[in-house]
Write a protein that binds this ligand. Sequence first.
Ligand code: HEM
Length: 533
Amino acid sequence: MAINASFVSPTADAKVAHMAASFDANGLVSMLMNNLSGWRLVLTILVLAIAYDQFKYVWNKGSIVGPMWKAPFIGPFLESVNPDFNAYHAKWESGPLSCVSVFHKFVVIASTRDMARKIFNSPTFVKPCVVDAAYKLLRPQNWVFLDGKAHVDYRKGLNGLFTRHALEQYLPIQEQIYNEYFKKFVQISKDNNGKHVPFMGEFRELQCALSCRTFVGQYITEEAIKKIADDYYLITAALELVNFPIILPFTKSWYGKKSADMVLEEFSRCAAKAKVRLAAGGDNKCILDFWVSAMIESEKYRQRIAAGEKVPDTEKPSMLIREFTDFEISMTLFTFLFASQDATSSANTWLFQIMADRPEFLEKVREENIAARNGDIHAPISLDNLEKLPWTRAVVKETLRYRPPVIMVPYVAKKDFPITPEYTAPKGSMVIPTTYMALHDPEAYQDPESFIPERWISGDADKQVKNWLVFGTGPHYCLGQVYAQANLMLMIGKASMMLDWNHQVTDKSEEIKVFATIFPMDDCLLTFKERDA
Ligand code: HEM
């Protein structure tokens, strides 16, 4: 047998050694082709791929702050599986623009107020990308993924659901949910003999129930709400910043997708029921009702016009909208749940913790809420009166500033994006503005690491509009921002009157856990008692 016909390593072969010594560049390719055995080919491709991955990273990084090298392919993927707030914070502090590369994604992080605003306000260059898994869970045709004019037009059609008039109609449902859940909190504490137990999970369920009832009213059953609330954390868990690119069975993304499908089906059924009830002349009680009524009104108007009637302008609906299918309605309502659930649960949790730890502010909230209801703690309150309560508003605003629920908002560069004269983020990269640094900027908010609600009463916090990035800014700013703040004011106002609660402070209480939004690391240990009237 000729030596070269063996499986021996080519470099250990006398003939090859001779070739290697006398090779010329022209012969290189043919030599490789002739002599590389299977595993060597694989190894060579791997080495070239690693080199390309590194080169691409260093090239994309350009002049901005970031590690010199990345771990081959995965980058800091394992760290992003267990996100650490302090690591994020260190990244934000490392420079106005910094970067990492995870798997195939190059990520640019914008930390300062002005850099963050620049991203939010550059719709020509970026669009929201949520996270990869969101397309699969919310469906790619979902309106939140629309861009440019299509997005603006769709959004205009939804504005009617969040007007002050509409928000006012949701208050009774919300009051009812708080009454039910506050009783439940007291019962949980009784069942635990007054012992402090983690309440973050309970708050998530409360906010899920509140959202479902506000969005789809009585069309949904108690059991379905319970199921959505129980399973919703699977959806959140599937939405880590970086996921494995395909949905493999029994992974977080797989469970998340199954839960999302269940919610979509449930909301579709609600839409079908609402269409029937409102066509029969039912009144508006929830967001779904307002939307379907607007569709019915628009259709009636179109029919009158088509019939040649001269309809006076006063009878023209303020916003003419098209008919939406049950599934389209469902997908949109799901985006409301998706957008509100984690953020509101986060604010809810911090608010209860912070108020328990600072009873002097809770007392002020309590006093003004009782006074606004003329001493009757069960009396309803209007939106206007609610928003006029200075301490209630101030503690909500300050909680949102001090512990902003959404610390980062992922966008994707649609084309090369010159963020500064010196740095251009390459097309396809994720560009992530952070809200946290602007909200903890000592130039805008003196002593930013302290909880100081007075800054919203006698200070100038309201004037720092450029720093107020809690709800984003630009064409995608939060559609539910008035709703969200009114809801939190209603919640803490009612809780202050109906409940006494105590927080067990641990060395983890002020540490921040990142679970899509942020929560106290110890999940907020509380105990509740009904308050004597
Ligand atoms: C404390 C609670 C909330 C916080 C902190 C919050 C924060 C945010 C942020 C930071 C964004 C991204 C904005 C941007 O890209 O500029 C956003 C978008 C959005 N939020 Fe909220 N949100 C909250 C509650 C809600 C609620 C209750 C709803 C609906 C009922 C809602 C609906 C939306 C929608 C639909 C969007 C996407 C808007 C678009 O792409 O045009 N949010 N929110």
